[in-house]
Design a protein around this ligand. Sequence first.
Ligand SMILES: *[C@@H]1O[C@H](CO)[C@@H](O)[C@H](O)[C@H]1NC(C)=O
Length: 163
Amino acid sequence: MGPPLRLAICVALLACVCAQPPVWPRFLDVPGVVCNDGRALASALADPSTTTALLPRDCILRGSDFSGFALPLLLRRNFTVMGSASRPVTLDLGFVSRKVRLGGGVVLTFSRVALLKYRAGSLAQAPGLDLLAPGEADEPMALLRLHECVLSYRLCFPVELMR
Ligand SMILES: *[C@@H]1O[C@H](CO)[C@@H](O)[C@H](O)[C@H]1NC(C)=O
């Protein structure tokens, strides 16, 4: 692809982005535990009385946020992680691996967040989140639900491949 064509595509993309400001649904007050950082999110996941974690700002999760807990955390209840800002918040899962296991029939929902670094390998080849540990084969199926979320794909190919 020659430089003029590439420029034309960039201009066209920019025009589309400018013409359609993203519509983001207004956050309605939802009860939950406000988590200002990754440690608070890990604690909310570990606390059996918490079912909703609210993220008012961008959040980065680290493996060390789970230190001191018996791992993987076994979720036996439905749990929602929800961005509570008036804009999409990013949740960077830092490729943290196998810290949470979903019990049979449990629904884990991510809502109003843009997920980053959630899968070290190819999401297309192996859908899922690195954060989740495998369940038992004989358990009822668990569900991962993404609601009003953005998934960022790592698709930056080397320049040579674009020529
Ligand atoms: C989780 O939510 C689903 C769908 O709303 C519901 O059918 C199920 O009973 C819930 N599970 C638990 C463990 O609360």
